[in-house]
Write a protein that binds this ligand. Sequence first.
Ligand SMILES: C[S@@+](CC[C@H](N)C(=O)[O-])C[C@H]1O[C@@H](n2cnc3c(N)ncnc32)[C@H](O)[C@@H]1O
Length: 318
Amino acid sequence: MCLRGRQMKIAEYHSPVLFEECMKALIWDPNGVYADCTLGGGGHSEGILKRLSAAGHLHSFDRDPEAIAYATQRLSPFSSQVTFHPVPFGRLADEVQPNSLSGILYDLGISSHQVDDDARGFTFQGTNPIDLRMDSRSDFSAQEWLRTNSPEAMTKAFKENADLDRAYKLTLNIQSVIADLKTPILPQHIKSAVEKTYPDRMRDVNSILARVFQAIRMEVNSELDEIRSSMRAAVDALIPGGRLVVITYHSVEDRTVKLTCAEFERACICPPQSPVCLCGGNHQKLKKVLRKPGLPSAEEIARNPRARSAKLRVYEKV
Ligand SMILES: C[S@@+](CC[C@H](N)C(=O)[O-])C[C@H]1O[C@@H](n2cnc3c(N)ncnc32)[C@H](O)[C@@H]1O
């Protein structure tokens, strides 16, 4: 497989996180139909396909054409059992039948390949223009986001997506650095705005920059809206007993998953002010399988430091 002119080894593209834990939580019927909403390098998809019988099937989604190309090659031994969907997982309901899936996996965020390939413009340590599009065919990149947003919208994104303090000051500093720039915005431009905003935290510059990039990436790819709409569709797509398995990597993502699923864990959907239940009290569609989120072992974190912030949430359709 050739990506950007070089051979990619599997571990170089992406090492799947919480792999055994996901397989155990997700697959209960080897004859079932499953969805991997975040194909990436295909590590989890391959694990699912290896555990299915000849009657089983997998739908794999990724909005990144490079992921689809790489994983199509990797999963070619299973080609009759996998359907690739090169679309955002927010479109799950358009691609699969309601009440048809035995399990759905989301391994949220981005792959190691997306971060490590400087040409993709995902890394704050890179030298290429900031881009941050998972789907490089989309015409809205971080360049447009940074140049066209109001100070209010930018401040809100930094606060809500990455819990950044001094978000308004940071916004003004970024806008002043890029105001007269005739060339594309580079990571160093954002770095200089961060250094100007947090002069007393020079030792934390990299971690602040990582959060700034995370906040912009989430906007460019509408990540929280994608999670909300896809998880709601996932509840309809699952059969009773079907599993919803989600790995998150930061608190805002995790909170969004938790709150979206909580909508379906309630049996009673009457307004809180209603003194008695009038809805019938039979609306529960999901129950937690893991009471507390699963975490990677110390051994996994030592082997793959990118797993360190992962949290696994598992639900079952009732
Ligand atoms: C953490 S990686 C998944 C890695 C994968 N589990 C593996 O084993 O290689 C996340 C992948 O999900 C994709 N992705 C993230 N959000 C998406 C969305 N809303 N729709 C489709 N794909 C998405 C990214 O492009 C990326 O390739």
